[in-house]
Design a protein around this ligand. Structure first.
Ligand SMILES: Cc1cc2nc3c(=O)[nH]c(=O)nc-3n(C[C@H](O)[C@H](O)[C@H](O)COP(=O)(O)O)c2cc1C
Length: 379
């Protein structure tokens, strides 16, 4: 059987991707005043349009969903117009672009919240030991502990779902090809889905799997309603503990129940971020030395018939090995896309891959470390 190459096209929902190299979502904290994407944002994504699909940095649905300074929103006129330039630039360069959307839930700080209110929590339990980047009480920019959140009242949740719905409408309006829900890494969706953290006693509560999944599925349904199921993806980090997500014996049950629900709804893709790759050859890892993540992937593949994207620590060789297993369809690359706007062409021609210094990830210095990484010059 012919194996798929990273450079083969792929049908995702109703669209054709030019290749299977996906740009994974990366917060770059470079938005302008009013959390607006700007001309550099458009240039940055436009430069990377040869990716099979770009998934943007996480985008805020409302001021109360923000947990990091200078992250873009999609709820004001200025923000919406800023994104229109981004999607135009990517489409003009022949690419496809989904927006990643999030609400940080408890992972915020009072200095960033509207009116200095407490972050919105699934419960009022603080993410102890986890910091966010914000202004301290002296107005100094630094890492500060995530604030004690306020437990959302049940009657506030439909409004929150509606904020997501409005964001989806704005995304459609500015020409995004689809949306990815950021249900990984300990933000609001994971906060609801975790049985240990979610001690709510209402019908969004963690005692039942239906309660744990209710909020996430309501938002998924709103996305489907606005954008169509094939244009919706969900990012998950099963068994992740980032941002203080506690251990739970029910993680596997919750995860597979969610995958079944997503399959029933026919969404376009599931995007798994997990450092699944053991050292060496992925086929060996799958077939001779089956690790928990690989089992997870196999069962996911059995249940879910849409596309599966896998992300985390890939280089070209490991990515091709992963595709060869047949367990995943698309590979997402994060850090390699920072310093290589032409990553796909570099892979194709075996040109050297540049490595971005960590200091470039979140600096706010105009083009430096953002749009000034050159395309490879083969000449
Ligand atoms: C600077 C930076 C910002 C990131 N921001 C996000 C984000 O906004 N949303 C998200 O889901 N993951 C985010 N991630 C995680 C990446 O999407 C990816 O999962 C991770 O970097 C592992 O992939 P890699 O080894 O190819 O870099 C970020 C990673 C980096 C390096």
């Amino acid at each position: 059987m012919k194996k798929n190459s990273l450079f083969d096209s792929f049908i995702l929902g109703s669209q054709q991707l030019n290749n299977r190299v996906i740009m994974s979502p990366m917060t770059r904290t470079r938005s302008s005043a009013g959390d607006e994407p700007n001309a550099l944002t458009a240039k940055y994504y436009g430069q990377r349009a040869s990716a099979g699909l770009i998934i943007t940095e996480a985008v805020n649905i409302a001021p109360h969903g923000k947990g990091y300074l200078w992250t873009p929103g999609i709820y004001t006129t200025g923000q919406i117009e800023g994104w229109r330039h981004v999607t135009d630039q990517v489409h003009d360069n022949g690419g496809k672009i989904f927006a990643q959307i999030w609400h940080v839930g408890r992972m915020s700080h009072v200095s960033m919240m509207p009116g200095g209110e407490a972050p919105w929590g699934v419960t009022n339990e603080q993410a102890v030991g986890w910091d966010v980047f914000a202004h301290d009480e002296h107005g100094k920019l630094t890492f500060v502990p995530a604030s004690v959140p306020r437990e959302l009242r049940t009657d506030e949740i439909p409004g929150l779902v509606n904020d997501f719905r409005n964001a989806f409408k704005n995304m459609k309006e500015v020409g995004f090809d689809g949306v990815e829900l950021h249900a990984a890494n300990g933000y609001i969706f994971e906060q609801f889905m975790n049985a240990t953290l979610n001690t709510r006693t209402d019908h969004y509560g963690g005692q039942t799997v239906g309660g744990r999944l209710r909020f996430t599925l309501e938002v998924v349904d709103a996305a489907i309603e606005v954008l169509g199921a094939g244009n919706v993806g969900v990012r998950l980090s099963p068994f992740g503990t980032y941002n203080g997500i506690p251990d739970s014996d029910l993680m596997e049950e919750t995860y597979f129940a969610l995958i079944h629900e997503l399959q029933n709804r026919g969404i376009g893709y599931i995007h798994l971020v997990y450092e699944l790759l053991p050292k060496g050859n992925i086929e060996q890892a799958v077939f001779e030395n089956e690790t928990l993540p690989v089992k997870l992937l196999k069962r996911t593949r059995d249940i879910f018939k849409g596309a599966i994207i896998w992300c985390g620590g890939f280089n070209q060789e490991k990515a091709q090995d992963a595709l060869d297993t047949g367990l995943v369809d698309l590979i997402a690359f994060g850090r390699p896309f920072i310093a290589n706007p032409d990553l796909v062409e570099r892979f194709r021609h075996k040109w050297p891959i540049a490595v971005a210094d960590r200091s470039a990830f979140y600096t706010r210095n105009g083009e430096v470390g953002y749009t000034d990484f050159p395309f490879y010059n083969a000449g």
